[in-house]
Design a protein around this ligand. Sequence first.
Ligand SMILES: [Zn+2]
Length: 408
Amino acid sequence: MEFKEAFYKDPYSTEHDAKAISCIPGKKGYEVILNDTIFYPEGGGQPSDRGFLILPGGERLEVIDVKRSGEDTVSLLLPAPVPEGAEVYEEIDWDFRFSLMQNHSGEHIVSGLIHSEFGYENVGFHMSDVITIDISGELNWEQAMDIERKANAVVWKNCLVNIMFPSEEDLNSLEYRSKKELSGKVRLINIEGADSCACCGLHVKHTGEIGLIKILSLIRYKGGVRLEMVCGKKALYDYENKQDSVTEIKNLLSVKPDEVTDAVRHVIKESAEKSARIAGLNSRYFDMRVQELKSENDIIFTVENELDGIEIRKLCDRLNKSGKAGTSVVLAPAPSVKKDGGETGGETGYLYVIASTRIDLKAAAKTLNEQLNGRGGGSKEMIQGTFFSDLGKIREAVQSLSAIISAT
Ligand SMILES: [Zn+2]
């Protein structure tokens, strides 16, 4: 690696004149090699740049991908061909690139501090919406927050980020982090007082440009930990999203921002208490219904407008166990009538639970679902689902259940 491309010479260059050297059609598009480029090819954990290539006629081609296709060559994947020898103009998506630089440099600081404080290595690094770092040893959240504070102190000191190409001799005497054994020319990213690491990625000039480093999560992973973090603009966006969430919750609960956690705990406790109270009332209601409901031809049939799917199951179970009828059928209007994942255009439906000690419901379910445009099933003793049919037809079908069974 000779580090001679334009993106290395000036990582802050956003526009650039270049000349097309070759253009080869491939499966995903045209692979174009320029005499030099400011488009960074994917590497060292850093994704490739995005942007446009502008042709002499003014046509703007979106750069689909950038890859290193040889030791000294970088190829741009484009949706259309570029004539060989054409004078072209490169424009990179600077917002995207600068964010990557902020995040990559921030990651070095965090990994460097973890290395110097705990001796752990960064053994995996991935950049997408957030940065993921796998660390070779265990850290707890408090230790991670301590690292975060120290990393931000490095940001505020606005330290110089030095790119060095030490000689092989000098390299032997230098302390630096590296994921693999290196030979030949090594590119070291040195952040004053924080880190020294072999890396081929692009970085900010001064740590102040990182803006903010925020660790988002920490989980145990492969004998160490996996950290998720964001830097710079991504950290600001993350703060904005969280601020919006807290504001919405505080408004919904009419409390001050610092009272949100206690208020949510209170709502959860209150809700659990109400659920317990409803369960108690339901139980008494079910007892009442078991007393009230009458069997007709060995079937109890009831529509419970106020109950949900779980409650009708409990009522049906209780009716069945009472022994008042061989078969109990409990229905409730379906809350939102959807079929096959889509709206059914106003089709009415009923949730059903049927329990029986007399007939094989597993066999009956198929026939009932066919007759009543339904879905669902269960065991020999109990079935549940939804019928998309009117009440009259459901009642009729259920009353002839015994006949259906004897016919099948
Ligand atoms: Zn790096």
